[in-house]
Design a protein around this ligand. Structure first.
Ligand code: SF4
Length: 334
C-alpha cells in the first residue's frame, strides 16, 4: 500500500486512554510471587491509532511498557482502563466466544522464538495446532496450508518433522512468524522480533516481515528498543517513555525533526538513519529509566531531561500537535 493510501485509510486499531497497572505480586502474567505487592504502572492513558496497511514502530527503553502495550492492544492482557477498538468493534463488548473468534485476526510474534515454541512439538504440530483449534482446516487441506506457510517464510517440507532445538535462531523466528500468520490475521504485534538475533540475520527477518506484510496485506505494531530498526521498518513512529507516548508522527518527521527531548536523546546515540534528514547535535541520554512502581511527578522525563524547567516537576504536559499527525507531550513544545 502506498504512503498516501495508508494516510487515507481508516484506523484498524484505535487505543483510547489505554492503561494497564498490575500488582507486582502477580507479575504481568498473573502468577503469584513472594514479593510484597506494589502497583506497577506499566501503561498510562495511551491514545494510538494504527491504520490498515501501515507499520507503527513503537520505540523506547527496556521496561518502558512497550511489550505490555502490545499485549493489551490484542487483549492478551486486560486493560485496567481505556479501550481498544479493532476494525470498529470495542473489544470490551465481546463475549468470550466472540473474542476467541476475533482473536484469529490479532496475532503476536515474540522476541524469543525458542521460549515461545513448545520444544516437544514438531514444526508440523506447531503450525497445524492453531488451524485445528479454530476448526479452519483438517486433513489434506491442513497439510497444504502448513506447507504453503512454511514455504512463505523460507523453510521447506524437509523441516516439517523437526523440533525447535534443531533450528538456528533465525530459522526459529521464521517458524514463530509462520505460526502467527497461520490464521491469516489482519493485525500483528511484532514484539522485538529481531532483538535476540545476530545483525546479519536481523536484516533477513526484517526483509521477510516486510515482504509478508506486502503480500498478505498485514498491519504491524513493531516494537523495538533499537531506533535504527524502527527507522527502517516504520511508516509512523510512537516514542514511549515510562508508560506514556511522548511523541508520535510520520517516520520522517519524528526522525528528521524530533521535538521531544527524549526522542532527541534517543537519536543522539545513533548515526543518522538512512533516508532521513540529519538533525542538530543533541545530548545523549543520561541516567536510568525510573521505576514504573513510583514514576516521578509532573513530566515523567523531568529527572533526566536536559532542558527541564521548574514547571516540569509539578505539572504533567499535555499533548500538542506540531504539524498534521505529529504530536508531542512537552511543556516547551507549543
Ligand atoms: Fe523536559 Fe519539561 Fe518537556 Fe518534560 S515537559 S520533556 S521535563 S522540558
Amino acid at each position: 500500500m502506498s504512503t498516501s493510501a495508508i494516510t487515507a485509510a481508516p484506523a484498524l486499531v484505535e487505543m483510547r486512554g489505554l492503561t494497564r497497572h498490575y500488582d507486582s505480586r502477580r507479575g504481568l502474567w498473573g502468577r503469584l510471587t513472594g514479593n510484597p505487592g506494589v502497583l506497577v504502572q506499566a501503561v498510562n492513558g495511551v491514545d494510538l491509532d494504527i491504520r490498515r496497511g501501515e507499520t507503527v514502530g513503537l520505540i523506547g527503553e527496556s521496561g518502558c511498557g512497550k511489550s505490555t502495550l502490545g499485549r493489551v492492544a490484542i487483549r492478551l492482557h486486560e486493560p485496567t482502563a481505556g479501550s481498544v477498538r479493532f476494525d470498529g468493534t470495542d473489544l470490551a463488548t465481546l463475549s468470550p466466544l466472540e473474542l476467541k473468534r476475533l482473536r484469529r485476526r490479532l496475532q503476536i510474534i515474540f522476541q524469543d522464538p525458542y521460549a515461545s515454541l513448545n520444544p516437544r512439538k514438531s514444526v508440523l504440530e506447531l503450525l497445524a495446532t492453531p488451524l485445528r483449534l479454530h476448526a479452519l482446516a483438517s486433513g489434506p487441506e491442513l497439510a497444504d496450508r502448513v506447507g504453503a506457510m512454511l514455504q512463505a517464510v523460507g523453510l521447506g517440507p524437509e523441516h516439517l518433522r523437526r523440533y525447535p532445538h534443531q533450528f538456528s535462531g533465525g530459522q526459529r523466528q521464521r517458524i514463530g512468524i509462520a505460526r502467527a500468520l497461520m490464521l491469516e490475521p489482519d493485525f500483528v504485534v511484532c514484539d522485538e522480533p529481531v532483538s535476540a538475533l545476530d545483525v546479519s540475520v536481523q536484516a533477513q527477518i526484517i526483509g521477510l516481515l516486510g515482504r509478508l506484510k506486502r503480500e498478505l496485506g498485514l498491519t504491524y505494531l513493531f516494537i523495538s528498543h533499537d531506533i535504527a530498526v524502527i527507522g527502517h521498518v516504520s511508516d509512523r513512529i510512537a516514542v514511549m517513555y515510562l508508560g506514556e507516548i511522548v511523541e508520535e508522527g510520520p517516520r520522517d518527521a519524528v526522525l528528521g525533526d524530533p521535538r521531544h527531548p527524549y526522542t532527541q536523546s534517543l537519536l543522539a546515540s545513533v548515526p543518522r538513519i538512512e533516508g532521513t534528514p540529519g538533525g542538530a547535535r543533541r545530548q545523549r541520554l543520561q541516567g536510568d529509566l525510573p521505576s514504573p512502581v513510583a514514576p516521578p511527578p509532573g513530566c515523567k522525563f523531568h529527572p533526566r531531561c536536559p532542558v527541564a524547567v521548574a514547571r516540569c516537576a509539578r505539572e504533567a504536559p499535555a499533548t500538542t500537535a506540531v504539524r498534521p499527525g505529529h504530536r508531542v507531550r512537552c511543556h516547551l513544545v507549543t
